[in-house]
Design a protein around this ligand. Sequence first.
Ligand code: 6PG
Length: 231
Amino acid sequence: MQRRRWHEFDSSSDLEKAAASAIVISAQRAIAERGAFHIVLAGGTTPRNVYRALRTARTDWSAWHIYFGDERCLPPADPQRNSAMASSAWLDQVAIPGRQIHPIPAQLGPEKAAHGYAQEVARMNGGSDFDLVLLGLGEDGHTASLFPGQAWERATTLPPVIAVLDAPKPPPQRVSLSPARLSKARQVIFLVNGTGKHEALRNWRNGAPVPASRITPDGGVDIFFNPSPNS
Ligand code: 6PG
């Protein structure tokens, strides 16, 4: 069962400020307790301003380790890549050691990239819990690249990283961490902005089995949402 804590904000900027502050607090706690902070980034457009706000964060960047929850099978420099979005908004501006930034090699194609990234995450993080996982929400209730009505939903077992061949949101070929691997986290925060997400939020809140409901970390999930039309 997914435990959910809902946090409503009046505007995008309030949500983005709160999210950036929650990320830095999570980093400080992890660095103080374990000397390192392992964070999984969300893609799409909603987190961009949150990442921008992190440029000026007061933190020990040398202790940050960056992973991605999903990626689009496009060339590395393509601006539609989640890794390119995060780099231009934030990662290129701060002193996180390059060897600690782990983009999904999605340019290799879904299967090869999924296999390679599963090994990299296992090597880098030894399968232990991420400190923080950031996720978005699509209008159909998808999160990362886990779309409704697709094979992963019916699978009894899944690898930690899955290949997506026919995503309804372009591009169709993608790579995504599995629900179980995304749930192996000390903290999970969903960032949800905009009127387009109203129905998905309502369905989710009413217990519909949307893909976002399949993320079930022990500590429950926090949903930062801003339903206001001006966002
Ligand atoms: C992607 C994302 C996807 C995204 C949602 C919300 O690669 O497309 O990982 O899961 O988070 O579709 O997208 P927006 O933030 O752009 O609304």
